[in-house]
Design a protein around this ligand. Structure first.
Ligand code: FAD
Length: 501
């Protein structure tokens, strides 16, 4: 392999000498200092050196992080290729955020039709048709796939369809064809993990659940993370008899404890059969659906079983054995603050590095990588106060430290909490309560955690996150005039600290 700046020409110095300085000057070539008529060969070689790689950057994986990095690098003038072996836009567009949110909207209509009766609308809830939802979703995703293709094309990045395998630190193979690049970027994301147990072949992952042929009337969802909770809300809202099983005492690990407890109460109240400290031991095909045996000795029947029990870095067939890229104990690629792996020409970002597995984080990392490596700009991603939402019903929105984390970091904290029935449900009759919690570092009065479960929590917390990143104190929250009547105004009217019993 020939590397950049190692172009060797079999030339003698006489060939590069000129009779006069003027002739050399006219040639546009650099002269050796103090040696009339002789050329400065090291400088000339430096100037004429060309990259002998096919590309400056080869990105593996056209997901949130990979596409953003490829587009921006190409925008900075780099020669970029991007390989994708499944679908443009990857997880978020095809089997993640986008179809999930569309299905959440669909699920919310179910309750909305019932709510409407309290506001005078008299017709019964219309019948739900899975095929219409699924096929409309498919059409929208196809539209987005094409947009991603055009975005890359427009930026000048070459899209290569196929599974990429790394052959050496500068070479990638797709089928029989090899491509070389000065830098490789691994943005292969994550992949659902279903544990091995008797009958695990009957379990579906989030990759398959969106496109079922028929609507499952009875669904069992196994897992306690945000994806499991969201799908429980979707199927419950669409009218399936929905059971969610979690092996621990309380789901949504990593979220604030009050939010977790409130979510358990509201989700159970909304109709999900929520069971903790229980797991599946076996699944088999029965006469009228799938039979599930549980660790507590009970049994369940279902038309579909969704395992949302975690995702692992997608490294299968990537050829990491051919290079010196370190992987941590969880199977994620280890990178430094500039997304460089232990192999200096290979970089990685997004879910494959096992950090915060969120689309906006992968996008930000892709931008920072492209700016630094191809734009000469050093701005790094700031990982503090990243807001996030769980699109269950009602929605959870959260930003900053949980109560437990804040106690550990700041010691003395002041809590503000509120739980109430949103105004809409006074007439809808829906038995649903919102919950809000603000955590303040007592010493500085800075708001360091805001957690909410209630209508539009994702929309509300996005705005609160801006204030928190700007360092807003509780006094700033208190001096802000509310918007009335809204749920969000509660955040600027929380006056009395919460006193523990
Ligand atoms: C059900 C679900 C819901 C989600 N909801 C949200 C949400 O509401 N909000 C949010 O912020 N995040 C959400 N996420 C997470 C979000 O989708 C991911 O964080 C994000 O997609 C990560 O982007 P990425 O670029 O790291 O990887 P990905 O988007 O996963 O892209 C990786 C791509 O690499 C490709 N690939 C892998 N190996 C190869 C190879 N060898 N050669 C070629 N191509 C390869 C894959 O086919 C894939 O297309 C959700 C995820 C799931 C599963």
């Amino acid at each position: 392999m020939i590397k950049k700046n190692t172009l060797c020409l079999p030339v003698s110095i006489e060939l590069f000498s000129f009779a006069t300085d003027q002739a050399a000057h006219d040639s546009g070539l650099a002269m050796a200092p103090g040696k009339p008529g002789l050329l400065d060969l090291p400088t000339i070689f430096e100037e004429i050196a060309v990259s002998t790689f096919d590309y400056d950057l080869f990105v593996i994986g056209a997901g949130s992080g990979g596409v953003r990095a490829a587009r921006m690098a190409a925008g900075f003038g780099a020669r970029v290729a991007i390989a994708e072996h499944r679908y443009m836009g990857a997880t978020c567009v095809n089997v993640g955020c986008v179809p999930k949110k569309l299905y959440v909207y669909a699920a919310e209509y179910g309750k909305g039709f019932r709510d409407a009766r309290g506001f005078g609308w008299q017709s019964d809830a219309p019948r739900f048709d899975w095929t219409t939802l699924r096929d409309n979703k498919k059409a929208e995703i196809s539209r987005l796939n094409a947009i991603y293709d055009n975005l890359l094309d427009g930026a000048g990045a070459e899209v290569i369809n196929g599974r990429a395998r790394i052959v050496d630190p500068h070479t990638v193979a797709i089928g029989e064809t090899r491509y070389s690049a000065e830098k490789l970027l691994i943005a292969t994301g994550g992949w659902p993990h279903i544990p091995d147990f008797p009958g695990s072949e009957y379990a579906l992952s989030s990759n398959e659940i969106f496109d079922l042929d028929n609507f499952p009337e009875r669904v069992v969802i196994v897992g306690g993370g945000y994806i499991a909770v969201e799908f429980a809300g979707i199927f419950n809202g669409l009218g399936a008899h929905t059971t969610q099983l979690y092996r621990g005492p309380l789901f949504l690990r990593g979220f604030d404890t009050d939010i977790r407890a409130h979510a358990a109460q509201e989700i159970a109240r909304s109709g999900v059969d929520l069971r903790f400290e229980v797991n599946v031991t076996a699944i088999s095909q029965g006469d009228s659906g799938l039979d599930l045996q549980l660790t507590d000795g009970t049994a369940l029947q279902a038309d579909a079983v969704l395992y949302a029990t975690g995702r692992k870095a997608h490294l299968e067939g990537l050829g990491l054995e051919n290079v010196n890229v370190n992987v941590n104990g969880h199977g994620a690629i280890v990178v430094d603050e500039n997304y460089c792996t232990s192999e200096p020409s290979i970089f990685a970002l997004g879910d494959v590095t096992g950090g915060l597995e969120l689309t906006p984080v992968a996008l930000a990392e892709g931008m920072a990588f492209a700016r630094r490596n191809f734009g000469g700009l050093e701005k790094q991603v700031e990982y503090d106060f990243i807001p996030t939402a769980v699109f269950c019903q009602p929605t959870i929105g959260t930003v900053g430290f949980t109560e437990e984390e804040a106690r550990e970091k700041f010691g003395d904290i002041t809590l503000f909490k509120s739980s109430f029935r949103p105004m809409k449900h006074t007439l809808s009759g829906r038995d649903e309560k919102a919950f809000m919690k603000v955590i303040v570092d007592t010493a500085t009065d800075r708001v360091v955690g805001v957690h909410m479960m209630g209508p539009d929590a994702g929309e509300i917390i996005q705005g609160i996150a801006i204030a928190m990143r700007a360092g807003a104190t509780k006094a700033v929250f208190d001096s802000t005039i509310g918007i009335h009547p809204t749920t969000a105004e509660e955040f600027v009217t929380l006056r009395e600290p919460w006193l523990e019993d």
